[in-house]
Design a protein. Structure first.
Length: 172
């Protein structure tokens, strides 16, 4: 600054009377005017706190995206852990299938992925094993078979007839 002249900064601009005025950009002015008109009054979430302000993890945006899209968070797990979880859920998955051919095809597909993982492991070491197709089909059939009802007369009858006293006490 030369000779006492003071240049206008971005923060303040002088008005006609020489008093400093705060600087307002075109964007700030447009937002202020819209707020004065009431353009922001009926927005959803008005007056509510912003979600996930306390979440400081670095993948907060990814978790929010998965929740909004309805995608399972298991996709974030390493492939070996995903495969192990799938093996743990296999009986429930097989119960949802209708035919033996579908069960066999699904177990073969799981076994293919297990073998692929055993050949080229990735991620943490998690114990995975192949599933015996015949055992899986037998378990599926056993869980699917309806419970055999007992004959109508046997359910109410006691197992052993009542025993008689060995000494007739009050017999007349």
């Amino acid at each position: 600054m030369r000779g006492g002249d003071r240049a206008a900064t971005v923060e303040e601009v002088t008005s006609g009377d020489g008093a400093p005025q705060p600087y307002e950009s075109a964007v700030d002015r447009a937002v202020r005017e819209a707020a004065e008109r009431g353009a922001f009054d009926d927005l959803p979430g008005r007056g509510k706190p912003l979600p996930h302000l306390e979440d400081t993890s670095e993948d907060w945006w990814l978790r929010g995206y998965l929740d909004r899209e309805g995608i399972s968070r298991e996709l974030l797990l390493p492939p070996s852990v995903q495969l192990r979880k799938e093996l743990d859920r296999l009986p429930a998955t097989l119960d949802a299938l209708r035919t033996e051919a579908e069960v066999r095809a699904h177990v073969r597909e799981v076994n293919r992925r297990v073998v692929e993982h055993l050949r080229f492991p990735s991620g943490p070491r998690v114990p995975v094993h192949r599933v015996d197709v015949d055992e899986a089909v037998a378990g599926w059939a056993a869980r699917r078979a309806p419970a055999t009802p007992e004959p109508p007369g046997t359910a109410d009858a006691p197992a052993d007839p009542p025993r008689r006293r060995w000494w007739p006490w009050r017999r007349r």
